[in-house]
Design a protein around this ligand. Structure first.
Ligand code: UDX
Length: 429
């Protein structure tokens, strides 16, 4: 394949893996990042986000000489045949995606774009954004494509190297095929479509997965109600290949930077176009109820929470990330604090000295044992591997009362009971 010149704008969760993967495929890539601290870190091969394997990948690309960095997107795009927009699209108060970073970036580069180049949108953007970008660029010699990104935090490298599929939208099929070719990977399916469909696929995929988790969380609550066993229920369902075992794990609710934002945006986009996506609205509602179900389980074990010390294991929205954006831990802990509980938490990515505003009111411990000491109930909120292998017989003597709420169904209930714990999982006890 011919090596192309590529600019990736935005050094975040999507931009860094995209830039690294494209440069390791032999393309000449410049990553533009306007935050000076981030840029300086990247230039030294330090990754400003917690993502297993990403630092090594970036180092490899820098050493190969195909990855460089720039503060100015306008400068960086000048000689590039492809420009990838990987800037954040935070959520506005009404649930819609805030496009200001995307439009600012487009405005900054539009006059500098090389004739014939393709601007590819990788940020998650509302349906119709490609058209807005095209209008803002307003140049007949520049094409626009939409390339949604499906990587998961914590496995971004694996997901970027071997994506299940590459979705490429453009209103010009030849352009879509050309951009898809940059990522071509044996084993990955390619879906070539128009921009509106590509943009819709991203929202539909995330909303489907979030709805699937909400279903499984409700199935766990159903198991609790009727006395069925959630683990066996998932086995009995998952061996049906149409259902499968992926994204079938009950938990404290889905969180992170994508599912909450994208489900709300999908509902909002539907509303704006006269469609009520009631199923996804229901999944969002169900997810809120899930946070409350966790609190209910804690109360079922200890009663009134006033003055009760609760130990929390895990604050991030899932394991293998340091990301607490829309983490279920935050509303769960907020309710515990509001009801008068004393909350002591341990998470391998959070330092006791951390003074972030989302941690206000929580005492951060330096170890899982320290968090559990004196607590009347231990609540596992994130599925960090170290919790799975924790020797509970060493934890029990530290605690005031030996109660566990295992929202990730990580522990063996029988083993926990043998160690003296009263155990509540999700759909199993
Ligand atoms: C998600 C999509 O998976 C990815 O394709 C998209 O590009 C970005 O959004 P991510 O936010 O990194 O990725 O997290 P993911 O691993 O999908 O988990 C999302 C949430 O669902 C987490 O809170 C996780 O704990 C929860 N989850 C996931 C479950 O509760 N049960 C499961 O079986 C799977």
């Amino acid at each position: 394949m011919r090596a192309s010149t590529i600019c990736v704008i935005g050094g975040g969760y999507v931009g860094i893996p995209t830039a690294a993967i494209l440069s390791l495929r032999g393309h000449q890539v410049v990553l533009a990042e306007n935050n000076e601290l981030r840029l300086a870190a990247l230039q030294q091969g330090n990754i400003p986000i917690f993502e297993p394997g990403l630092e090594a990948l970036v180092e490899q690309a820098i050493t190969a000489g195909t990855l460089s960095f720039s503060k100015s997107a306008a400068e960086a795009v000048k000689d590039c045949e492809y420009v990838f927009l990987c800037v954040p699209t935070p959520q506005d108060d009404d649930g819609s995606a805030d496009l200001s970073y995307v439009m600012e970036a487009v405005h900054e580069i539009r006059a500098q774009l090389k004739p014939g180049c393709v601007v590819v949108n990788k940020s998650t953007v509302p349906v119709g954004t490609a058209l807005l970008v095209e209008r803002e660029i307003s140049r007949a010699d520049v094409k626009v494509a939409s390339n949604p990104e499906f990587l998961r935090e914590g496995s971004a490298v694996e997901d970027s190297l071997k994506p299940d599929r590459i979705v490429m939208g453009s209103n010009d099929t030849h352009t879509a095929k050309m951009v898809a070719e940059l990522f071509a990977n044996p084993g990955s399916a390619t879906v070539i479509t128009d921009c509106v469909t590509a943009e819709s696929i991203k929202y539909a995929a995330n909303a489907f997965l979030a709805t699937k988790i909400s279903f499984i969380n409700e199935a766990a609550a159903f198991c609790d109600a009727v006395g069925a066993d959630m683990r066996d229920l998932v086995l009995g369902m998952g061996f049906d290949r149409r259902i499968g075992f992926e994204v079938m794990q009950p938990g404290p609710g889905w969180g992170g930077s994508c599912f909450p934002k994208d489900t709300r945006a999908l509902v909002k986009i539907g509303e704006d176009h006269g469609y009520d996506f009631s199923l996804v609205r229901g999944a969002i509602e169900s997810n809120k109820n899930q946070f409350q179900r966790v609190v209910d389980k804690i109360e079922a074990l200890v009663g009134d929470l006033k003055g009760v010390t609760v130990a929390i294991w895990g604050l991030t929205f899932k394991a293998n990330t340091d990301d607490r954006r829309s983490s279920p831990a935050i509303p769960v802990v907020a309710t515990l604090l509001a009801r008068g509980a004393l909350v002591r938490a341990y998470d391998p990515t959070v330092q006791p000295s951390d003074e972030s505003s989302d941690l206000a009111g929580i005492t951060i411990s330096g170890s899982a044992e320290e968090a559990a000491t004196g607590a009347e109930v231990l609540v596992i909120l994130t599925e960090w591997t170290e919790f799975r292998w924790m020797n509970l017989s060493n934890i029990a003597p530290l605690m005031g009362k030996t109660n566990i709420v295992d929202t990730r169904n990580m522990l063996d209930p029988e083993a926990a009971k043998r160690d003296g714990f009263t155990y509540l999982g999700m759909g199993r006890s």
